[in-house]
Write a new protein. Structure first.
Length: 323
C-alpha cells in the first residue's frame, strides 16, 4: 500500500467532527512515599500537560495527518474552555463557536500519572442535557458547515452532544446535497440511538456485542458471522469495522464479512484515544476513495503506533510513513 499517496489525497478533503469535546489534563509526577494521612501515594508534581480529548482528539488526529477539518462540540465560557481553545489552536484546530453553551462546565478529565502509571482519574462535567446541541438542527451556519464536508464523524462519548434529533437533522439535510458526505459513527450502544443511514460504524468488541444484542462480558464468545449479521440487520450500515484489541479488526461491507486483519501494535502502553485514531484514519481514507480494506489497514497501522504512546496522542504522518 502506498501510504504517501493516501496522505497526499488527505490534503484535499474537508471533514467535520461532531461530538463530545473534552480537555484531557495529565498531572505528571513522582511517588516515592505513602501519605501519613491515608494509605495512598504522595505525588510530587513535575509538570501539567493538556491535550485535546474526545471528539477534539479525533480532530487532532485529522490535523496531524494534514486533513482539513472542522470541530463542532459543546463547551462553555469558562477557564477550561479558554485553555481548550489554546490547546486546539496550537494544534491547528478551530472549535466552532456555534457550540458555545451557557450553564455547564467544559468537560475536563484529569489523570494523575506517577512513574508512567495512572493512579487515578478526576472528571469534571455536567449532566448530559447541558451539552445538547439539538438547537442547531435548523441552524443555517451548522447546515452550511456540514454541506461542504466530504465526511462527517460523530464522536460519541455519551456526554450529551450526539442525539437522535441531531442525527436526524444531519441525515435529512445531506440527502438534499448533490454529493452527500459519508456519515461515520463511533458509537456508544448504551445510548440506544438511531444509527440508520451510516456509511460506517466503528464499535469495539464490547460495543459490537451490545449492538448485536448478545452477552458483552470480556470473556463472552465472539461469533464473527452472528455479530455482523445482527448489527447489519438492526442498523443497516454500509460498512462495519469492529476493533478487537489484540485480535486486530473485523471488516464487513454490505452485510458480507471481508475478514480480519491482525493487530500491528508492537508494544501496548496506553490505549487512550486509540479508537479516535482509528475512526479518524478510516474516515479520511474512505473519503479519499480508498477501499474499506485499504482504509482499515492504514487505520490498523496508526492504532499500532498510538497505543505505544503515554496518554492521549494523535498519529502523525511521519509515524504512519515509518511503520
Amino acid at each position: 500500500m502506498d501510504i504517501q499517496a493516501s496522505l497526499n489525497k488527505f490534503a484535499g478533503l474537508q471533514i467535520v467532527v461532531i461530538g463530545d469535546v473534552i480537555l484531557d489534563h495529565y498531572i505528571m509526577g513522582d511517588a516515592s512515599r505513602i501519605s501519613p494521612e491515608a494509605p495512598v501515594p504522595v505525588v510530587s508534581v513535575v509538570h501539567d500537560h493538556y491535550v485535546p480529548g474526545g471528539a477534539a482528539n479525533v480532530a487532532n488526529n485529522l490535523s496531524s495527518l494534514g486533513v482539513p477539518s472542522r470541530l463542532i462540540g459543546s463547551y462553555c465560557n469558562d477557564s477550561d474552555s479558554e485553555r481548550l481553545n489554546q490547546v486546539l489552536t496550537s494544534h491547528g484546530i478551530q472549535l466552532s463557536p456555534i457550540g458555545q453553551q451557557d450553564g455547564a462546565t467544559t468537560i475536563l478529565k484529569t489523570r494523575v500519572i506517577a512513574q508512567r502509571q495512572q493512579l487515578c482519574r478526576i472528571d469534571r462535567e455536567a449532566r448530559p442535557h447541558a451539552y445538547s446541541l439539538d438547537h442547531l438542527a435548523q441552524d443555517a451556519q451548522f447546515l452550511a458547515q456540514i454541506s461542504s464536508a466530504d465526511a462527517i464523524i460523530f464522536s460519541d462519548y455519551a456526554k450529551g452532544v450526539i442525539s437522535d434529533p441531531l442525527l436526524k437533522a444531519v441525515r435529512t439535510h445531506i440527502i438534499t446535497l448533490p454529493k452527500p458526505p459519508l456519515l461515520i459513527m463511533d458509537p456508544k450502544p448504551k445510548r440506544h440511538l438511531d444509527l440508520h443511514g451510516m456509511s460506517l460504524i466503528t464499535p469495539n468488541r464490547t460495543e459490537a456485542l451490545q449492538m448485536a444484542g448478545v452477552e458483552s462480558s470480556p470473556d463472552a464468545d465472539f461469533d464473527d458471522a452472528a455479530v455482523c449479521e445482527a448489527i447489519f440487520r438492526a442498523y443497516q450500515p454500509d460498512k462495519l469495522v469492529i476493533t478487537l484489541g489484540a485480535e486486530g479488526m473485523l471488516l464487513s461491507e454490505n452485510g458480507q464479512i471481508i475478514g480480519r486483519i491482525a493487530t500491528e501494535a508492537r508494544e501496548v502502553f496506553d490505549v487512550s484515544g486509540a479508537g479516535d485514531t482509528v475512526v479518524a484514519v478510516l474516515a479520511a481514507a474512505l473519503a479519499a476513495g480508498e477501499s474499506l480494506k485499504q482504509a482499515a489497514v492504514l487505520a490498523n497501522r496508526a492504532a499500532g503506533v498510538v497505543v505505544g504512546h503515554l496518554g492521549t496522542a494523535p498519529i502523525t504522518a511521519e509515524e504512519l510513513l515509518n511503520t
